[in-house]
Unconditional design. Structure first.
Length: 114
């Protein structure tokens, strides 16, 4: 609070707004290689021209391209996300995970070692 010489009280208010991520991003899973659980992080940015939520799909495929797990299939707001995958029922080998939201698509490879 500031009091001026003429007795007028003034307050300054600082308003901070969380802008969130500025870009779509899919991180490399960790640990990698893993056994049997791994974590995948991704971010969805704030896009002023679109709605507040985006349709998000995060799907795991085997090396032959067959879908083996759907980790996310939901509407999500802008922000940072983390998903764990327990692959205890899957064979050792390379797997592909794919994030899609709107026109953004990103693909990464991970390795399950027993």
């Amino acid at each position: 609070m500031i009091i001026s010489s003429d007795g007028i009280m003034m307050t300054k208010q600082f308003i901070f707004s969380y802008a969130g991520p500025k870009e779509f991003k899919l991180e490399q899973n960790f640990p990698n290689p893993f056994n049997p659980t791994t974590t995948i992080q991704y971010q969805i940015p704030v896009i002023a021209s679109e709605t507040k939520q985006s349709a998000v799909k995060l799907i795991v495929y085997d090396i032959l391209g067959s879908e083996v797990a759907t980790l996310v299939n939901d509407e999500q707001e802008a922000g940072y996300y983390e998903v764990s995958w327990n692959a205890s029922n899957f064979a050792s080998g390379a797997y592909i995970y794919r994030l899609q939201t709107g026109s953004f698509v990103s693909v990464k490879k991970m390795m399950l070692l027993r």
